[in-house]
Structure formats: structure tokens, C-alpha cells
Design a protein around this ligand. Structure first.
Ligand code: HBI
Ligand code: FE
Length: 286
């Protein structure tokens, strides 16, 4: 999350966009995309929500190489009215929300180096495009992302960005969804990570709790390792209803009077699907 001041590079437009400059990618860049893509595409069917894998197909993302944002935008525009625009890296919160509210998804254009195969601090084009873009082809999720951007612009004026950032974190980035009796992945931070795609579904360590808007907005998150709690939605319709049928202003006021919750807290009133052992973090602390 962008808390430190960011400086707009001189080559970026006032809205922070830059040309993707697709022709500048090297064969090594494309090979890195293909390597990451193949590793995820072979394990995600059955683990990721079907809307995610459908998105890869309808957007023709199954073809080799780093996607051309202009071509992706053409396809997305016809399906849900979204575009993908390139930015140099993290952008200020307001700029980010402004783009989302206008159905533009901002994506990094650089790709990680081989040393960063499994972990990198800043989102790269694989995280941003493979992780986030497929669900933008789904009409309900597409509307949720726009509503999030609009909510962000309002939250900014109310000093409540942190609460809204938590909602983004525990849904768009690290969300799980229930389909029938099974849990599936939909968060971009999970589906773009090989390790977390296994951990989030299969490991006994993390809590898996039913989604509750106020509960999520109270909960801190960690940016340096796998999550210690995941929140499970029942459907994308449900998620959209939470954000569009509610005025968050009274909720923010209430949240200010409540304590923040730690990453591993389980409350008596939580809908606990799995109570985590937290063995993964404990082992790391030894
Ligand atoms: N910028 N490029 C980029 N990508 C993000 O996901 C992003 C950002 N700036 C701010 C931001 N996310 C978050 O702080 C908001 O969700 C609150
Ligand atoms: Fe992301």
C-alpha cells in the first residue's frame, strides 16, 4: 500500500499512465511470463473460481507472452467496459481510485527477474495482469471494482482509506469464495502466487472465516508473507451488494470507536469455516 510519498516520473502523464511499450519486452521477459503462466495455469483449474479461468479464455490470455494491453483492453471493453493501462509502479491512492472509478485498471509493465520468481515487494505485470485482469471480464466483479474505486474517492475525504484498503486486501487480493461445498480462490495475490495458491486452500495453518464487512475493515493484514486469516464470500453478487447498497460513512464512524483486530484473531461471533493452527507462522518464529 502506498503510504510513503510517491513521485511521478517525468515520462508519466498527469494521471500517472505510461505507454506499455510492448515492443521493448525482450525474449527473456516473455519467457519469464510463460514460465509463471504455465506454473499457475496448470494448477489453478479446480482451485480458482471458474470465472477466473473463464476470464483467461475469453481474454485469450492463454496465448504465449506478456499480453499487449491495447489488445486486452479491446476485448475487455466489449465484455465489461474495462481497460488496462500501464503505470510505472505503485501510484498514489487517489490516482488509483480515480482510475478504478472510471473502469481503468492500472497495471505495472515491468516483469520480475528470475531471482524474484516466488516473491517480490512491488506488483509486476504478472501479478497485475494474470492476477487481476481475468475477473474484470466478469460483469459483477467488474462492477465491484468500479464501486471500490468510487468508495475509495469518498473514503479519502473521510480519512478512512485504511479501512477500505483492508476490504481490498481481504477480497480483491486475498479473497476466497464458496462454490457448493468447496472453497475456491479468487484473490489476485493468491492466484498469482504459486505457494499461496496451495497454502490458502490446503494448509491447516490459516483461519478461514465467513466474510463480514465490518469485521474485515477492523482487521490488520500482513504484506510480507502468507495471510494468517482468509475471508470467504458466498458469491460475487453478495460482495457487490455489500458495497453498493451501503453508505459507509456511519460504518467508518463506528469503526473509529472499535479496536483493530490482529491478523490471527478469531472472535466468538465469527463464522469459522476452519480455525487455523497457525503452525506456519509459529515454525517461522523459532
Ligand atoms: N497502485 N499500481 C498500483 N496498484 C495498486 O494495487 C495500488 C496502487 N496504489 C494504491 C493502492 N493500491 C492501495 O493503497 C489502495 O487499494 C488503497
Ligand atoms: Fe494486486
Amino acid at each position: 500500500m502506498a503510504n510513503e510519498p510517491l513521485i511521478r516520473p517525468i515520462e508519466a502523464a498527469p494521471d500517472w499512465t505510461v505507454p506499455q511499450d510492448w515492443d521493448a519486452y525482450t525474449p527473456q521477459d516473455h519467457a519469464m511470463w510463460d514460465r509463471l503462466f504455465e506454473r499457475q495455469a496448470s494448477m489453478l483449474p479446480g482451485r480458482a473460481v471458474s470465472e477466473f479461468t473463464d476470464g483467461l479464455d475469453v481474454l485469450r490470455m492463454t496465448r504465449k507472452g506478456i499480453p499487449d494491453f491495447a489488445e486486452l483492453s479491446d476485448r475487455l471493453m466489449k465484455l465489461t467496459g474495462w481497460q488496462v493501462v500501464a503505470v510505472p509502479g505503485l501510484v498514489p491512492d487517489r490516482v488509483f481510485f480515480e482510475h478504478l472509478a472510471n473502469r481503468r485498471f492500472v497495471a505495472a509493465r515491468f516483469i520480475r527477474s528470475p531471482e524474484q520468481l516466488d516473491y517480490l515487494q512491488e506488483p509486476d505485470v504478472f501479478h497485475d495482469v494474470f492476477g487481476h485482469v481475468p475477473l474484470l471480464a466478469h460483469p459483477v466483479f467488474a462492477d465491484y471494482m468500479q464501486a471500490y474505486g468510487e468508495g475509495g474517492l469518498k473514503a479519502d475525504g473521510l480519512g478512512a482509506i485504511e479501512y477500505l484498503a483492508r476490504l481490498y486486501w481481504y477480497t480483491v487480493e486475498f479473497g476466497l469464495i464458496r462454490q457448493g461445498d468447496a472453497l475456491k480462490l479468487y484473490g489476485a495475490g493468491i492466484v498469482s502466487s504459486h505457494g499461496e495458491s496451495l497454502f490458502a486452500l490446503d494448509d491447516a495453518s490459516p483461519n478461514r472465516l465467513g466474510f463480514d464487512l465490518k469485521r474485515v475493515m477492523r482487521t490488520r493484514y500482513r504484506i510480507d508473507d502468507y495471510q494468517q486469516s482468509y475471508f470467504v464470500i458466498d458469491s460475487f453478487d453478495d460482495l457487490l451488494n455489500h458495497t453498493t447498497q451501503m453508505d459507509f460513512t456511519p460504518l467508518y464512524r463506528e469503526l473509529e470507536s472499535l479496536t483493530d483486530l490482529d491478523v490471527d484473531t478469531v472472535l466468538p461471533e465469527d463464522k469459522v469455516l476452519n480455525r487455523g493452527t497457525q503452525a506456519y507462522v509459529r515454525a517461522k518464529m523459532l
